[in-house]
Design a protein around this ligand. Structure first.
Ligand SMILES: Nc1ncnc2c1ncn2[C@@H]1O[C@H](COP(=O)(O)OP(=O)(O)OP(=O)(O)O)[C@@H](O)[C@H]1O
Length: 288
């Protein structure tokens, strides 16, 4: 689903002495089926921005178009239900929202709320539990008898049960150890690939953004600061540093290599595999 954000502004506690502008004049288009990363220093406005994408927050000025749904500042009071269904959010620590006595009931909660018949909701629970890589036997268990990683997968299954067209991930690997982070991020990437799900990832990790995203947007002080393909963003190291960020370590290595060797290895070869390959070729060239 295409997302188009125009001149978006958000003010918390608008009209009170505590008013605070969290977003200013944000213009951003996200194409259908993109894996999009939103990165920025703490307080730069990432969470505020994504909460507009499923109607949790309303624009103070400007507009957001999600597929055929338009949300405008000062627009008529809209029914946000269709938007909530289109855009599923996985919050930080989503497992904290589990509350039903069985995994199946927890996953069925959202679909039932939207009027899905009982049998269909059960079938949905059975389908999505497999999508998140858990066995059917988990459905009859209490969510609280599962491991932390399994609980997180159940919570993600609950979001998938709504059949969203856009998946919004707000630092979904918070609190996981390194191998758990990779597992969950690989799961999201796989879901994106197999289901052509437009995915918006909010992250502090330039490593994750560069590994998974087709495009990266950098937020800084409530404004859209940079936007482009990962390799384009990496060419702006000084600007990134000014916003309290940096390029991934692999790119830092490539930049150092180019500086010391006088070669010009491409910054788009930033995955470990690409890096190993192009260093092998560069060393061969130097040896011959
Ligand atoms: N409910 C709120 N009421 C008032 N101000 C808020 C509220 N939520 C966020 N803010 C302020 O809005 C600005 C943007 O916050 P936001 O949470 O969107 O940033 P963020 O980039 O997601 O930060 P983090 O990476 O720490 O989650 C910050 O200055 C923050 O203090």
């Amino acid at each position: 689903m295409e997302i188009s954000i125009k001149q978006l502004e958000h003010r918390y506690m608008q009209g009170t002495p505590f008013e605070r502008r969290a977003l200013h004049d944000v213009n951003l288009d996200i194409s259908d089926e993109t894996f999009f990363a939103l990165i920025g220093h703490t307080g730069s406005g990432k969470s505020t921005l994504i909460q507009h994408l499923n109607g949790l927050l309303k624009p103070s000025a400007g507009s957001i178009k999600m597929g055929d749904i338009l949300l405008e500042a000062g627009g008529k009071k809209q029914d946000l239900k269709p938007l909530r269904k289109k855009a599923g959010i996985v919050f930080q620590y989503p497992e904290h929202q589990l509350f039903e006595e069985t995994v199946e009931k927890d996953i069925m909660f959202g679909p039932r709320n939207f009027g899905m018949p009982e049998e269909e909701a059960k079938n949905t629970a059975s389908r999505v539990i497999e999508m998140v890589g858990l066995p059917q036997t988990v459905l009859s268990k209490s969510p609280f008898d599962l491991s932390g990683g399994q609980m997180r997968r159940v919570a993600i299954a609950g979001v998938l049960a709504m059949n969203p067209e856009v998946l919004i991930l707000d630092e979904p690997t918070a609190g996981l150890d390194p191998s758990g982070r990779v597992e969950i991020m690989d799961l999201f990437y796989d879901l994106h690939q197999k289901n052509k799900l437009t995915t918006v990832l909010v992250t502090h990790s330039m490593e994750d953004a560069s590994k998974y995203a087709d495009e990266i947007a950098v937020m800084h002080k409530g404004e859209l600061y940079l936007h482009g393909k990962p390799s384009e963003i990496f060419n702006e190291r000084k600007a990134l540093q000014a916003a309290g960020l940096d390029v991934p370590e692999t790119v830092q290595f490539l930049l150092k290599w180019n500086e010391k060797s006088g070669q010009n290895l491409s910054l788009s070869d930033f995955t470990i595999e690409d890096l190993a390959k192009c260093l092998g070729q560069a060393l061969k060239k130097r040896g011959s």
